[in-house]
Design a binder for this molecule. Structure first.
Ligand code: SF4
Length: 328
């Protein structure tokens, strides 16, 4: 397992123009210093959060071969970048291979990823599969293509993972993806189901990990800009981003503006479930419980509200959320 103690001390080989640029004046030198400080903080936070998630869920073990799925978006570039930094400093040995599935979408700039990966000396595999044509052929015009497209993508990536001998498949989903997925499932699927940090694939053959699970999306936006990743636009297939997902994202961002800290608390709540206070009969034996005369702080408090509910401005207990909260 990785040791999180290592995360803050990672040597990040920080680029470049920020530190290299000669200050034109005292003012710009001060500005450069400030930017550099902010980037250092961001870097430490990202590496610490990824290290913490890896440890908390035992995502990477000695001897693992981690297949990082690289789409060309900010999240997967950041994931690869951070894992490579951690690999250099980790007390365990693990391999990384970047894999991109070239789905043959029109206009896909196929030179971009190989050029980037070669320039950094990263082992990689580009899998060319024309799933775009299959989707276009099978899905009637006007119908949403994402479901078939992602099913095909998943199948191909699982197959490639087996062919490469990968023991873990790492995806670039982050904290905000996890919360939005939970809310989408509640609003439109009538179930409480998020996106797990680590789970065996539906094929039963692979372990899928999400090392960015604790990372906030705005931090990835900043990291990608700082590292100048050659981002590939994600609208090449011509499909609109899932409208419900866009709306839920806008909604939680609005809540966050009005009541800062809510996204963090929602996220933390996903790891603090009290089955006796939900309604799932498979998770708690409601039908057979009996009073046994022993006081229980988690028992029913009748008409009283939970303290946290009656003080909506307050954040959750600092001890609960400390590892997720961004330091300033
Ligand atoms: S947005 Fe396009 S590439 Fe992405 S899953 Fe949907 S159809 Fe596939």
């Amino acid at each position: 397992m990785l040791n999180t103690q290592d995360a803050p001390s990672l040597n990040l080989d920080l680029p470049s123009q920020l530190e290299a640029a000669a200050p034109a004046s005292d003012e710009s030198a001060a500005q450069d210093k400030k930017v550099s400080r902010e980037i250092n903080k961001l870097s430490k936070r990202l590496h610490r959060q990824v290290g913490q998630a890896i440890v908390d869920y035992n995502m990477i073990e000695n001897g693992d071969k981690v297949m990082v799925c690289l789409s060309g978006g900010k999240d997967s570039y950041s994931l690869l970048d951070i894992l490579l930094n951690m690999q250099k400093r980790a007390p365990i040995q693990f391999d990384i291979v970047a894999v991109n599935l070239d789905q043959k979408q029109p206009g896909f700039p196929e030179h971009v990823l190989p050029e980037y990966l070669k320039s950094r000396g990263i082992p990689f595999h580009i899998e060319e599969q024309d799933t775009y044509s299959i989707v276009k052929r099978l899905v009637p015009e006007g119908k949403t293509t994402c479901s078939l497209c992602s099913r095909l993508r998943r199948g191909n990536l699982y197959r490639v993972a087996s062919e490469l001998g990968a023991t873990k498949i790492a995806l670039g989903h982050h904290r905000d993806d996890i919360i939005v997925t939970l809310l989408l499932n509640m609003f439109f699927g009538a179930r409480m189901k998020g996106m797990p940090p680590k789970l065996v694939s539906d094929s039963g053959e692979h372990v899928v990990i999400r090392p960015l699970a604790y990372v906030a999306e705005p931090d990835l936006v900043r990291w990608a800009a700082h590292r100048e990743f050659p981002i590939i636009p994600c609208n090449l297939c011509g499909s609109q981003e899932n409208l419900q997902r866009v709306q839920v994202k806008a909604m939680i961002n609005e809540w966050e503006k009005k009541y800062p800290g809510r996204i963090e608390n929602m996220f933390t709540a996903m790891g603090n479930i009290v089955p006796s206070h939900m309604m799932d009969r498979d998770l708690f034996p409601f039908q057979t419980i009996k009073a046994d005369g022993k006081p229980d702080a988690n028992g029913d408090i009748a008409f009283d509200e939970d303290e946290a509910c009656s003080t909506p401005q307050a954040s959750a207990s600092p001890s609960v959320i400390s590892i997720h909260r961004q330091e300033t």
